[in-house]
Design a binder for this molecule. Structure first.
Ligand SMILES: [Zn+2]
Length: 270
């Protein structure tokens, strides 16, 4: 069972072993509501793919700037029986072909969590966002530097997944987030309403951080879910924290700076 699941989750990862080459920065991009209009609960076959305005051009720019592009998507409709893995794989083929043909945007991988959440809506696996499993697995498979990488998504679960993986997280507010449950891990490093402004800011903000071992990041920056739950209760009581995220839909003037302890004076190869 677990072998089959791993095969599915890493369908395209296994053929690209990490090597001794320098770790690359990446953007991890959510699918529904971020890259494309939300998919229906039960996929038609074929399902038409409609991109969020500016998304295809944005991925092409990010890839051209030297960032790996990995799509990370929760698809619990597979576990719920709404559609099959084969149906989603066909949709993925259409998506990748359209990105290439219409925008010249190649992507490095698509990571899928096919599992259902638990009864409280929390991940029951290691890969369903806000858990970071899809990001950390892709990082190991492709030699990605999570510390210099970004998660882009339309919900705070995406933001949290990026932070749990040790990356920075940007919210593309297309209306997908409706609950605004805040915690330190769910506070975006930047918030935008359109792709072009997001990419402008992201490319201007790439900072010279050195490659770091993924294993060190995992222990230093990815607290377990139970710890974050306790922390979120404290922050939820803070009106100031709530206002900082929910009061405005305008973009941040600049991304939040990293904590000093995470910086380094070693120049980046980027
Ligand atoms: Zn999962």
């Amino acid at each position: 069972m677990s072998t089959t699941l791993d095969d599915f989750l890493t369908a395209k990862l296994v053929g690209t072993p990490a090597s001794a080459r320098p770790l690359r920065p990446a953007v991890f991009v959510d699918l529904d509501g971020t890259l494309i209009e939300p998919l229906p609960a039960d996929l038609a076959d074929p399902t038409p793919v409609r991109f969020i305005p500016g998304a295809g051009e944005a991925l092409a720019r990010l890839r051209a700037a030297g960032l790996a592009v990995v799509i990370v998507t929760n698809q619990s409709g597979i576990a719920r029986g709404y559609f099959s893995r084969a149906q989603f794989a066909r949709l993925q083929d259409v998506l990748e072909r359209q990105l290439q043909d219409e925008f010249g945007a190649e992507i490095d991988d698509v990571a899928v969590c096919p599992h259902s959440p638990d009864a409280r809506g929390r991940p029951a696996c290691l890969c369903r966002k806000p858990a970071p499993g899809m990001l950390t697995r892709a990082a190991r498979a492709h030699g990605l530097d999570l510390h210099r990488s970004w998660m882009i998504g339309d919900t705070l679960d995406d933001v949290e997944a990026g932070h749990r993986a040790g990356a920075r997280s940007v919210l593309l507010d297309t209306g997908g987030e409706t609950e605004w449950r805040l915690s330190p891990l769910r506070e975006p490093d930047g918030r935008f309403t359109d792709w072009e402004a997001l990419v402008d800011q992201l490319l201007a903000s790439i900072d010279p951080l050195p490659a770091r071992p993924v294993t060190a990041l995992a222990s230093a920056q990815a607290p377990v879910l139970t710890v974050a739950t306790a922390a979120s209760r404290l922050i939820d009581a803070s009106d100031e924290a709530r206002a900082s995220v929910s009061s405005s839909s305008t973009l941040f003037a600049a991304f939040r700076p990293r904590p000093a302890a995470l910086r380094s004076s070693v120049p980046s190869p980027l």
